[in-house]
Structures are given as C-alpha cells and as structure tokens.
Write a protein that binds this ligand. Structure first.
Ligand SMILES: [Zn+2]
Length: 301
C-alpha cells in the first residue's frame, strides 16, 4: 500500500471563474524549478491522489484572533492557513467526500485558550486523526509551555503530529522554531507521541537524521526534496550512511509536488553522480520508503 503522509487540503471545492491565483506577485516561490500551483480544486486533488492508496491531508491553523504572534499568516499559496475551525472544517468536509482514500489531520494553535477543547471536538465531531503543526508559520515556541500542553493531550489521545520542519520562503516565519534539534527534547519528554518531521527538515537534513535515529517514534518524510538534485542526493546518502532509511516515510507536499513525481524521481537519484566516484544511494532500499506501513507506524491503521 502506498501512503502519502503529507498533502494539503485544497482551497477550493470547485473551480470558480475569476478565482485569484495563489501566486501573488513579489512572493517567494516554494520551488526553484516552477511557479507555485494556482488554487487547486477537490477534483484536481483527488485525481492526483489516484497514484496512492491513502493520503493524510491537512491545513494549518492561524494564531487566535488578537494574538500578539499573529503576523498575518504565510503568504505561501500552497499552504492553507486560517482560523482553527475554518481549516479543520475544510479538511473534514474533503475527507467525508473521500473517506476510503483520505485521513484528515486537524491543525490547532497552542496559544488558543480553547486548544484542548478544539482537539477533542476535531477528533470526536470531525473524525480528524492526527495533527499538523508548523511552529514557524504559526509562530510558536515548539518547546514552550503552551505547546507542551498540546503534546500532552495529543499523546494521551494517540494523535500523531506532523511538524513542518526546515526553511520556508515565508519571510516572517521564524527559522529557529522549525529546526529539528528542538524535536529531540520534545521526543524525550513525550516518548509515546508519534512524530513526523516534514521534508527531512531541509536544509538541516543532518540534524533531522540525528533526531530520527535516536527516537523510535520520530520519523521523517521525503516530501519536497527531489527537485533540488544535490540536496535530494545528499539527504538520502546521509540517511543511508546513518542507517535511517527505514525511518523515512513517503510524502509529496501536494500541491507543491505530486506523489507520482516524487515516486518517479527515486530511480534517478544517482543520475547526478555520473563521471564521479561519489557513492550511490541504494535504490532498492530507497524504494522501500514507498511501501512503508505508514498507517501502522502512526497508529492510524
Ligand atoms: Zn507541506
């Protein structure tokens, strides 16, 4: 079974004439090789997910209204960002339409005074089964008191957390909040919490590997890596040398990339080595990432 652990809830249920394109002028692009996708519809989303058997899908919750850390939200078109109720309702509606394919994750904000109630509500009433957090986009300290309250409850409820990790072109998003070194202490304090670190925390892949290597329930996804060939190769080569290929999960970060292009890039990872003596990434081992029992690993089977 192929599971895409990292996809974003489309902004639009259906195409609307004159809908504003997601990519506004002057904004940094997510990918170096093509413009960010314009607004994606449910139909486009589900057609793209035909490549996988199951997909985890989520939005990102903005800081609560009036919060001093509310800097206006990411200007990144591919990342859906909004009030907690709104983003979770959007995700739940999509999952209700495709229940055999999709597993919805909620997003919540640690400084929301109602965060624990929101988690209960999203799990019980909306059927959302994990949590997506972006400490940089959401502007919260990943080891702060408020965040730890959230993790305590997530661990009790058996909700896995997928963290955005690594850099972002969004100017206001605090880089340090998305550094994987913080996850080491987090995982030590919450040893039963299932955690996925997005993008192998690019460009801090080595730090990410140090963390997933030592914590049995901390994993990393390979989404949004393959279109930077050197970065992709060195990430997976480091993962090979540190014996953590088995800790990697398949993900695309759709709409930034598709699961099909992510899978089809795998056999080409060593193409850039031609004419060099650099060691290859073992393709057979890498391919096992595609068939990983992601749902079992995250308690979602
Ligand atoms: Zn993402």
């Amino acid at each position: 079974m192929i599971v895409d652990v990292h996809t974003h809830t489309p902004r639009l249920r259906r195409a609307t004439v004159g809908a504003a394109p997601a990519a506004e002028a002057g904004r940094a692009a997510m990918r170096p090789d093509r413009p960010d996708p314009a607004n994606v519809t449910w139909d486009e989303y589900i057609a793209t997910m035909a490549y996988v058997d199951r997909a985890c899908v989520f939005n990102i919750a903005a800081p609560p209204a009036g919060d001093p850390g509310d800097a206006g939200g990411p200007a990144a078109g591919a990342v859906s960002f909004g009030p907690t109720r709104e983003v979770n309702n959007q995700t739940a509606a999509l999952v209700r339409a495709y229940p055999d394919k999709l597993i919805g994750f909620m997003s919540v904000h640690p400084r929301d005074p109602q965060v624990l109630e929101e988690m209960e509500w999203a799990a019980r009433d909306l059927g959302l089964r994990g949590i997506k957090l972006g400490p940089n986009y959401q502007n919260f300290d990943p080891l702060g008191e408020a965040a730890c309250r959230l993790y305590t409850r997530a661990q009790e409820m058996g909700l896995p957390i997928l963290f955005h990790q690594g850099t972002s072109p969004v100017r206001f998003a605090d880089l340090d909040y998305a550094h994987p070194r913080h996850i080491d202490r987090l995982a030590t304090r919450f040893p039963e919490l299932r955690i996925v670190l997005a993008h192998l925390a690019h460009p801090w892949q080595a730090d990410c590997i140090a963390v997933i290597r030592k914590h049995p329930h901390v994993w990393a996804d390979i989404s949004a890596l393959h279109y930077r060939p050197w970065s992709y190769y060195t990430s997976l080569r480091l993962a090979t040398e540190w014996s953590v290929l088995h800790k990697l999960l398949f993900g695309s970060d759709f709409p930034v990339a598709t699961p099909q292009e992510t899978a089809e890039a795998m056999p080409h990872i060593n193409d850039i080595l031609e004419g060099t003596k650099l060691p290859p990434v073992p393709i057979d081992e890498l391919h096992k990432v595609l068939e990983r029992d992601t749902l079992g690993i995250l308690g979602l089977a």
